[in-house]
Design a protein around this ligand. Structure first.
Ligand code: NAD
Ligand code: TYD
Length: 352
């Protein structure tokens, strides 16, 4: 038996593959296009490990998918592959439509074809897990209850809209064809191997280079943070015990403003890598993101009640591990922040 993971050279997919093979000997076929966000260095700990089979390719390539499914006959497919950065989706939505919508559609169709030809027992056991996001639900007012799985879809950014479209297709393939799908909606993740275009690694990267720490607007937008290993554990749990057709919210019950997050990072750096002056002096309020969602908050009660999942890390323990990891892995950061990364930061933040 094996599983097929897409996007397994990215932040969460990479953590998931490492985590999976730390918990199980079931082989992983890892299909990744290696966009700017995919990095084989993340998978370096698996070099020479016969349980990991990496394939460089696109989820929109139906012929390649067909071959992989026929050759490896996985019992499950987990779709992490996506364009995932909201700011990039605002500058150029094309790749988001191509991968998140068309790619997900192609994956659904190819998997459906494969699944329909499986013997009945394998058909019944098969699962497709669509890794979605809380951003499909849109933005919350300050006092509104956290998102439940019943919250209506109201995506605001091109990124969120493209993920919502993929979710709707996934739902339709379950409803119409009976494909046994599961959908997870996780809040903001942080942890090792996150590309430094997202808030937490960007702030760490800039602080260590003595560059400004940009906060959009007033810095009072709220996100609900979860350590990536807890997300990986939730996905293993949903895959093993989730009911086909169901959606599961995943979150750490940890709502913080962006300003609070950045101050926490500065304080940890002051402790672990003290500089001449406190890092918080580098904080700058910059132009807000267009259409910026004000608040996300996840109610993960269903996953806890029905499947028994609980996050293992608090924000205090997870963010400390994360800062320690970035300090100890400067070579990984260096390898992903050359070349096209510099073009992106110049475009988004101007020359520093
Ligand atoms: P990421 O941008 O770090 O990684 C995405 C990976 O997908 C990269 O390795 C990239 O090379 C690959 N990829 C992109 N297009 C592809 C294609 N057409 N075919 C094959 N591979 C392709 O993203 P991430 O933060 O690891 O997010 C993974 C998934 O989790 C995404 O679907 C995202 O929507 C979802 N998610 C992310 C968060 C978060 O906080 N990062 C929270 C909830 C859900
Ligand atoms: P991000 O990590 O891009 O995740 P998402 O937009 O998917 O929530 O951003 C997290 C929050 O941090 C979001 O409210 C935008 C804000 N942010 C900044 O204030 N400055 C930055 O430079 C970045 C990248 C994000």
């Amino acid at each position: 038996m094996s599983i097929l993971v897409t996007g397994g050279a990215g932040f969460i997919g990479g953590n998931f593959v490492l985590d999976w093979l730390a918990h199980s000997d079931e082989p992983v076929i890892n299909l990744d296009k290696l966009t700017y966000a995919g990095n084989l260095l993340t998978l370096q700990p698996l070099a020479g490990d016969a349980r990991h089979h990496f394939v460089h390719g696109d989820i929109a390539d139906g012929e390649l998918l067909r071959r992989l499914l026929q050759q490896h006959r996985p019992r499950a497919v987990l779709n992490f592959a996506a364009e995932s950065h909201v700011d990039r989706s605002i500058h150029g939505p094309d790749d988001f439509i191509a991968t998140n919508i068309v790619g997900s559609y192609r994956l659904l169709e190819t998997v459906r074809d494969y699944w329909q030809q499986l013997p009945p027992a394998e058909q019944a056991a098969f699962r497709l897990l669509q890794v979605s996001t809380d951003e499909v639900y849109g933005s919350l007012t300050p006092d509104a209850p956290a998102f439940s799985e019943q919250h209506r879809y109201q995506p605001s950014s091109p990124y969120a809209a493209s993920k919502a479209a993929a979710d709707q297709l996934t739902h339709a393939w379950h409803h119409t064809y009976g494909l046994p799908v599961l959908t997870s909606h996780c809040s903001n993740n942080y942890g090792p191997y996150q590309f430094p275009e997202k808030l937490i690694p960007l702030v760490l990267h800039n602080a260590l280079a003595d560059r400004p720490l940009p906060l959009y607007g007033d810095g009072q937008q709220v996100r609900d943070w979860l350590y990536v290993a807890d997300h990986c554990a939730a996905l293993r749990c949903v895959l093993a015990h989730g009911r086909p057709g169901e959606h599961y919210n995943v979150g750490g019950n940890c709502q913080l403003s962006n300003l609070e997050v950045v101050h926490t990072l500065c304080a940890l750096l002051d402790e672990l890598r003290p500089g001449a002056a406190p890092y918080a002096r580098l904080i700058r309020f910059v132009a807000d993101r267009p259409g910026h969602d004000r608040r996300y908050a996840i109610d993960a009660g269903k996953l806890q009640r029905e499947l028994g999942w609980q996050p293992a890390e608090s924000f205090a323990s997870g963010i400390r591990k994360t800062v320690q990891w970035y300090l100890a892995n400067a070579d990984w950061v260096q390898s992903v922040t050359s070349g096209s990364y510099l073009d992106w930061t110049r475009r988004q933040y101007g020359a520093h």
